[in-house]
Design a protein around this ligand. Structure first.
Ligand SMILES: *[C@@H]1O[C@H](CO)[C@@H](O)[C@H](O)[C@H]1NC(C)=O
Length: 154
């Protein structure tokens, strides 16, 4: 089944509060805004929820597994699932967009992830430059394409 794909770019910034290097793993629930700061000129647009896990014996590498839930804009209520390896002292890290829900269902692509501002060892602003494509919904979506596992009338 061929599907048209739509490109979209979202620019979001997350405030990450973690005790990562001390503890090895941290669960996060961070504010996502649409600007690079947390000032009056950037609106809250969602939350980033998930885990950062220190995952290398030799260097400061974490494995990220987060879901960004959007709470404003055209994708309000949709989520974007981001996963990958973050070598935290690199200028730019590339992580994967591995999926999404709602208006972002089936999203795939990548995120260019940078540390925009460091306030302390556990408090910083991350800039997530999201490049993802989303399959267009089928015009005649009548569930004929749904694969039913274990159906008796196959
Ligand atoms: C986002 O969607 C929720 C639930 O439908 C709604 O209550 C809220 O007002 C929306 N927020 C914005 C900023 O549109």
């Amino acid at each position: 089944m061929a599907r048209t794909r739509e490109k979209l770019t979202l620019l979001v910034a997350a405030v990450a509060v973690g005790l990562l290097l001390a503890g090895g793993a941290v669960a996060i629930d961070d504010l996502v805004t649409d600007g690079p700061g947390v000032g009056a000129d950037s609106r809250p647009v969602g939350r980033a929820q998930g885990t950062y896990m220190l995952s290398s014996q030799h260097e400061e590498v974490i494995v990220v597994s987060i879901t960004v839930v959007l709470t404003a804009g055209p994708y309000n209520g949709s989520t974007l699932v981001v996963a990958g390896r973050d070598r935290i002292y690199d200028q730019t890290r590339e992580l994967a967009v591995v999926g999404g829900t709602g208006g972002l269902r089936g999203a795939s692509g990548y995120v260019l992830w940078t540390t925009a501002k460091v306030w302390s060892e556990v408090h910083m602003v991350l800039e997530l430059d999201v490049h993802a494509s989303v399959p267009l919904p089928d015009e005649d979506d009548d569930d004929n394409d749904v694969l039913v596992l274990g159906s008796r009338d196959a």
